[in-house]
Ligand binder design. Sequence first.
Ligand SMILES: [Zn+2]
Length: 297
Amino acid sequence: MSAALSTSPALAKRIAAREPSALVTREVDSLVSRLLGEIKVPFNSLGTRVLNQLSDLKRILSTDYNDVPALPEKPLLKELAQVVEKDIKQHISTYGSLQDLGRRLGTGAGRDPQLLGHLDNLFGPRQLELRAEPYTDGAGLSLRGFYCRADLGEKSKFVIFVNTAHHPGAVGATLGHELGHFIYGSLVGEKAAHTAFMEGAFANHLIEQDELFADSLVALAAYSPELIKKIGGVTHLKPGSSDDLFNRIKYAYDMIGPRYDLDLSKSKMKAAWRVRYLTSMAHFFKLRCALYKSAGV
Ligand SMILES: [Zn+2]
């Protein structure tokens, strides 16, 4: 029997879910052009870098997050939600939020935040070390941060690197994401020789459970369940539904943008970066809605 004939219906459904139909593609295109209009990126004069970034945005918009196989299981998400509420939010109260912590890291202050010591105690035994520096050489800005196990002197430590050359909101999100890897390693198990780089693209996070778990930390810290209830969640993009999805993403952005002090329509940032930040916002928002729907957190 050929491989195609032996494909199970469930697998076929999953493959189909990853390949949007022509109608959905058209719906996504119209949604993308409206979103680009909102952030004042001219659709008719896009360079290669922006076009590459757009394919990531399109995958984020067309994927049904409720049906992503790598979405962490309900008990794990509930545990993470508890850690975000009881440990992370409590210990960043002096900074206000992850993005304020990101701003402090950008100015060189708060390099050894109390939060890290607390997470060390909770999830040790390995010590967590944070390096926060602006990095624009080589790969430069495209590297947002990474997380790795390193032997420093006698001790084996976890090192988190955060590129502070980014907008404070993005620095906060990167720090949250890398902390998510540390917590995932403690709760589920460490990957051998683990080094996880966070770069610009998010669509490839949809196939890795540890990446989605790390992003879930950021999504949970950014939106309360009450806020998600108020916005009303998102439904999967299907023919005729792009208006609804546009309105909800815009609503979420209007709520979150001022908190992050980020107005993509007025920003002097290059178009490719504005599209990247829009993509990350849409990704965290859609993920947050799926967490609420699947685990009630
Ligand atoms: Zn990662």
